[in-house]
Design a protein. Structure first.
Length: 236
C-alpha cells in the first residue's frame, strides 16, 4: 500500500512540530525514520494512523484519505507505545481480541502465534498474568506481535527495539524484515538504533525539527556513513 503526504503541517499553539510539503512511501518499502528527540518521528506516525489531527495538509493510503476513509485500518498493524495495550487482559485475551476485530479464526490465530514463539521465549503465553504485570520488555513484545498478527499491508512501529534485550532486538529486526519480504508489507519504523535501522531499511528518512532533511536510499546499506556523520556532528 502506498502512503502519500501532501503539504502536511502539525502545529501546537505557535510551534510547528512537523512540516512535510511532499512525501511518498511506495508499496512494499521498508522505511526507517531517524532523528534526535523532538524531530517529529512519532508525530508523523500518529498522523499516519489518524490518532491526531493535522493542522494542514493530508495523508492518503492507496489514494484514500486517512481522516475520512477507515478501510485502510483493516490492513494496518501498529504499535506506538504501551497505551495501545489493554492492561486488564491476559496476552491470550489481548491476541484473541485482535483476532476477532480482524476476523481471524482461532486456528489462524494459533498458527500465527506459533511464528512468534522465538520472540516470546515462553514468558508470555500461559503465564496467567495481566498485561500490566509484565516487564516493559515483554509488554513491548506483546504490542509488536499484536501489530504483526494480522499480516498487515502496512506496519507502523515506533521504537520497536526499546526495552528489549539484544537477542530479542535481533529477533524483532528479523521478523520485520521477513514480513516485508514475504508479504510485501509497507513498513515504517522509527528508532534511535541506527544499526538495526540501517541493516533492514531500504530507505531512511532523517528528520530534524519537523522537517525531512535527508531522504536516503539504503538498498545496499549506503546510508550508514552519512547518518553517522550527521549524528556525530549533531553531538558537537
Amino acid at each position: 500500500m502506498e502512503i502519500k503526504i501532501d503539504q502536511l503541517v502539525k502545529e501546537y499553539g505557535q510551534q510547528t512540530v512537523l512540516d512535510i510539503p511532499e512525501l511518498t512511501i511506495g508499496s512494499g518499502e521498508l522505511v526507517g525514520l531517524v532523528g534526535n528527540n523532538g524531530a517529529g518521528k512519532t508525530t508523523l506516525m500518529r498522523l499516519m494512523l489518524d490518532l491526531i489531527e493535522a493542522t494542514k495538509g493530508s495523508i492518503e493510503v492507496d489514494g484514500r484519505p486517512v481522516v475520512s476513509d477507515d478501510t485502510w485500518k483493516l490492513s494496518t498493524g501498529s504499535f506506538i507505545d504501551g497505551h495501545f495495550l489493554i492492561d486488564f487482559y491476559t496476552p491470550e485475551e489481548y491476541f484473541g481480541f485482535i483476532a476477532r476485530v480482524y476476523g481471524l479464526s482461532p486456528d489462524t490465530l494459533n498458527d500465527r502465534l506459533a511464528n512468534y514463539q522465538s520472540l516470546m521465549h515462553g514468558e508470555i503465553l500461559g503465564t496467567e498474568k495481566y498485561l500490566r504485570q509484565f516487564s516493559e520488555g515483554n509488554r513491548q513484545k506483546i504490542g509488536i506481535i499484536g501489530a504483526m498478527l494480522i499480516n498487515p499491508k502496512v506496519l507502523i512501529l515506533d521504537e520497536p527495539f526499546n526495552y528489549l534485550d539484544p537477542t530479542s532486538q535481533i529477533t524483532v529486526a528479523r521478523l520485520i524484515s521477513e514480513m516485508n519480504i514475504r508479504l510485501g508489507t509497507t513498513v515504517i519504523i522509527s528508532s534511535h538504533n541506527l544499526n538495526f535501522v540501517s541493516e533492514i531499511s531500504s530507505r531512511i528518512l532523517l528528520l530534524e525539527k519537523g522537517h525531512v532533511i535527508k531522504d536516503l536510499d539504503n538498498e545496499d546499506g549506503d546510508a550508514t556513513k552519512e547518518l553517522e556523520d550527521y549524528f556525530n556532528t549533531a553531538e558537537l
